[in-house]
Design a protein. Structure first.
Length: 564
């Protein structure tokens, strides 16, 4: 009989050993694959990885005349109490407009907006089909808020969606993770498992309340005070704002494509020619700043004296000294335009907009993202409003010929956009077979005799918009127009002509703006100029213009008091 020590275990074969080791290595990966498969069966709601917004809605659900209906009730919505059935009518056309105040047509009356004109054109084109153009825009909404509304409206069976968003991306103050995004962020878009891991180890740094716009009063105070915004002045934060915008637009485009809902994705136009940047960065000091100032003033003098080429040469020297100064590019655009160099003027105006350190106009990088997403996403059709209005403009770049202010369109521009949106819908047959050829030509005509230049309510609003954005030349012209509207006669020629029936604040603004403009003109022409008096007058006006902002100034005493 053999003893225990005489028993010998047979060593496993090399094949078995390899199999065991392979299984040991593969087991974790198999487990991960099973987890991924399980998470895909029960996926997370597609979340915004940059910020966390609490739930909110533009709509409430009500029964109206026995019909289950959606009613716009949010204070951020337009045309509150507008209702439409939850179920799209049989053979009905339902177009939903998403974005901010620009697509909503603010500040025009509801019947004089892009949406109203589009509905009128579509109803003419399809007289036998019910047509709804639903204005689901949110006042002051950035693309990440528009994304939340999108998630609501895709459940309402829209025939097509129009997305026009990008002017409010800096409106709400917030924090971003400025560390390297790395492989984790890239994989989280493709993996449910990684998405869950990312939520745990890298949650969104900012939580916003859905029912309110965060820190908007501070944003407008920064406008009045002409202060740089942290989100724009910090290159890392700016990069994250651009990424966040692209992510929000891409999400809406791809999700609509997944549901077979056509999207008209719009580039975002803005007033380039007639809107000065709010804040221009300048890092120069001492003698270098003095030299730069002399160059910029000389260039503006050349513009006044109609020597555009000399001004261009001088201003380029100043820009070499400080290439981030936004207003320099604005005046360079004016000089190029005066010299007949339209392409160069357009590029300079765009740089002036993009370098504004307190922006309220969509950056060019946003429009590049829109064009790229439209090009690479099936079922998404580009409506390049930026280029359309540029081509239709009377000048080297769109200005007050197309815009009431910085981003809100004139009636003329709204009709141009309507025609182009209508053409895309027809040419692509996104709503089914429709009229063709010559029959289309008259469909976007409007019977409206509405004249926005005679609308006192709108013209009064524009005065205040020009004022808090420090657009002194536009503000002064607006004051003179208000006089004409008030008296029923021609516009005033100077402040002495102003009607005493105009608000005191308007009359006080006339003195402040005319003094500021006159003093600046005298200074650049080398004439005596009392800049201290002009600055004092402006400060006094802005304190009376916005007492609520003055109260805010007192609460922010360390930051603001010394500036006065």
């Amino acid at each position: 009989m053999k003893s225990a020590k005489d028993v010998r275990t047979t060593p496993p074969s090399k094949a078995k050993e390899f199999t065991f080791r392979a299984l040991a290595i593969m087991l974790p990966f198999v487990a991960l694959l099973l987890l991924e498969f399980g998470f895909r069966l029960f996926p997370l709601e597609a979340r915004d990885k940059y910020i966390n917004i609490t739930p909110f809605s533009l709509f409430t659900r009500e029964t109206i005349d026995g019909v289950d209906s959606i009613v716009i009730t949010s204070r951020f919505g337009y045309n509150q109490r507008t209702a439409f059935p939850v179920k799209r009518p049989d053979d009905g056309i339902r177009i939903v407009l998403l974005g901010g105040s620009a697509i909503a047509g603010w500040p025009h009356p509801p019947a004089e907006t892009f949406g109203a004109y589009l509905q009128q054109a579509l109803q003419r084109a399809y007289p036998d089909r019910p047509v709804e153009v639903i204005n689901a825009a949110g006042h002051g909404f950035a693309s990440y808020r528009v994304r939340r509304i999108f998630d609501e409206i895709v459940e309402l069976d829209p025939t097509a969606i129009v997305i026009w968003s990008g002017n409010n991306e800096f409106l709400e103050s917030r924090e971003y993770d400025t560390g390297a995004t790395g492989l984790l962020d890239a994989l989280s878009d493709r993996s449910q498992l990684v998405s869950r891991i990312r939520l745990v180890i890298r949650p969104a740094p900012t939580k916003l309340r859905g029912e309110e716009l965060h820190d908007v009063a501070a944003f407008f105070w920064a406008k009045v005070q002409q202060e740089a915004l942290k989100l724009r002045g910090d290159p890392q934060l700016l990069s994250r704002v651009e990424e966040h915008y692209a992510d929000s637009i891409r999400y809406m485009a791809t999700e609509a494509a997944r549901r077979n809902i056509p999207v008209l994705l719009c580039t975002v136009p803005s007033n380039l020619r007639d809107w000065l940047p709010t804040v221009s960065h300048n890092s120069l000091k001492g003698a270098r700043l003095d030299e730069w100032t002399q160059l910029t003033e000389r260039a503006q003098r050349d513009l006044l004296e109609q020597d555009a080429q000399a001004g261009i040469s001088v201003l380029k020297q100043a820009i070499e000294m400080e290439p981030e100064h936004a207003e320099s590019y604005f005046w360079l655009g004016r000089l190029y335009e005066a010299a007949g160099q339209k392409e160069e003027a357009l590029e300079a105006y765009r740089l002036a907009k993009d370098l504004d350190y307190n922006p309220f106009r969509a950056l060019s990088s946003f429009n590049r993202s829109v064009r790229q997403i439209a090009a690479e996403t099936e079922g998404v059709f580009l409506l390049d409003i930026e280029r359309i209005l540029q081509d239709e403009s009377d000048y080297a770049a769109p200005g007050f010929d197309m815009f009431l202010d910085y981003v809100h369109l004139t009636k003329r521009a709204n009709l141009i956009v309507t025609k182009n949106a209508f053409d895309v819908l027809m040419d692509r047959e996104l709503l089914g077979p429709g009229p063709t050829g010559a029959a289309v030509a008259d469909l976007t005509d409007t019977d409206s005799s509405y004249d926005e230049t005679r609308d006192l309510s709108i013209q009064r609003r524009l005065f205040y918009l020009f004022t808090f954005n420090h657009q002194y030349e536009a503000g002064l012209k607006q004051i003179f127009r208000l006089h004409g509207l008030k008296t029923g006669g021609p516009a005033a020629r100077d402040c002495e002509e102003l009607s005493p029936d105009l608000p005191r604040l308007v009359r006080k603004g006339c003195r402040a703006f005319s003094l500021a403009l006159g003093t600046h003109r005298s200074k650049i022409l080398g004439q005596p100029a009392n800049t201290e008096m002009a600055d004092t007058e402006l400060r006094a006006f802005y304190h009376s213009y916005a007492p609520s902002y003055a109260a805010m100034q007192r609460r922010h005493e360390p930051q603001h008091h010394k500036k006065d």
